[in-house]
Design a binder for this molecule. Sequence first.
Ligand code: NDP
Ligand code: 13P
Length: 333
Amino acid sequence: MSKIVVMGAGSWGTALALLLAENGNEVVLWEFFEERAKEMQKTRRNNYYLGGIDLPDNITITNKIENILDGAEYLLFSIPSQNLRNAIQLVSSQLTEDIIIINTGKGIEVSTKLRLSEVIKEEILGKYHKNIVALSGPTHAEEVVKKLPTTIVAAGEEEKAQKVQELFSNNYFRVYYSTDITGVELGGALKNCIAIAAGIVDGLGYGDNTKAAVITRGLAEISRFSKNFNAFEKTFSGLAGMGDLIVTCTSQHSRNRYVGEELGKGKKIDDILNGMNMVAEGVPTIKAVHEISKDKNIDMPIIESLYRIIYENENILKIAKVLMERDLKEEFY
Ligand SMILES: NC(=O)C1=CN([C@@H]2O[C@H](COP(=O)(O)OP(=O)(O)OC[C@H]3O[C@@H](n4cnc5c(N)ncnc54)[C@H](OP(=O)(O)O)[C@@H]3O)[C@@H](O)[C@H]2O)C=CC1
Ligand SMILES: O=C(CO)COP(=O)(O)O
């Protein structure tokens, strides 16, 4: 039995806390808002993000940060990418070299263009950075709490990634490991952007051919982008690449796909985001990826189109036409 501190009691943090508790661990679930933490302590449920599920006794809910890491073997972050840095700052002084840091968020920090393990590394001043593991794959919280068979990949230094693999695995949650933290993080971050494009396809009422085109050409863009950062090519045919891309582009649970669907139906991005209580990471990540692709001269027509729709308020039908009428080229270039 290990003590695990989970920071972020949104849908994913709560689902993972439940899984770790079921695996027999002592879990401390830290919630950002004091009032919401109090409500969860009282009801023993997380009604705001994952209603209807009782939290077992081996999950302690808290909003307090003092001494939170005492006796902890693992610190897990499940925080929206643009807020992750603040959350690390709250606990970084308590870290010791024997604590493994697991990040489960998916995105790129817009202000710095850093991957999330790089944000963590910066905040812990490079100390213990070999302890950082990214956990990513096709894993909607709503299905994990129902114990539907799910697979995921833990990426980091081999020994640490394997420890995380052991920690989470059970008969409905199968964890693979990888040493390609860069590829696993980029796969998770960029698929959220492509899922917005897939949602637009749904919202416009286009067909399965179009959805398949977005997924396949989206994967080509993700691989092309990631090559610039020395990610392993094979990672993108794996769980954190194609696997997560498929689930996010097709799932009824996906918040990113939903944003795209509403855009496709003609709604304004601010109205869509204001109407959601959960994070859609693809929106800020499109901005970060667009800027990086311009800096590094990486051809990313889907990302470019999404940027123009979301950040420049361009007409979706006009953009779709431009995408289809580009110069013809070889499939793999
Ligand atoms: N949901 C899913 O199925 C999956 C999600 N992920 C990833 O996990 C990450 C978290 O997503 P998810 O749980 O779904 O998000 P939710 O929108 O469900 O919850 C977000 C959580 O982050 C907290 N939060 C918001 N702002 C801050 C802040 N400034 N500091 C600390 N905490 C903050 C929220 O607290 P509060 O409610 O108090 O505002 C809430 O607990 C994302 O990167 C997502 O891509 C990965 C795999 C699956
Ligand atoms: O990452 C996820 C599934 O693997 C969750 O995707 P959404 O944030 O689009 O719901």
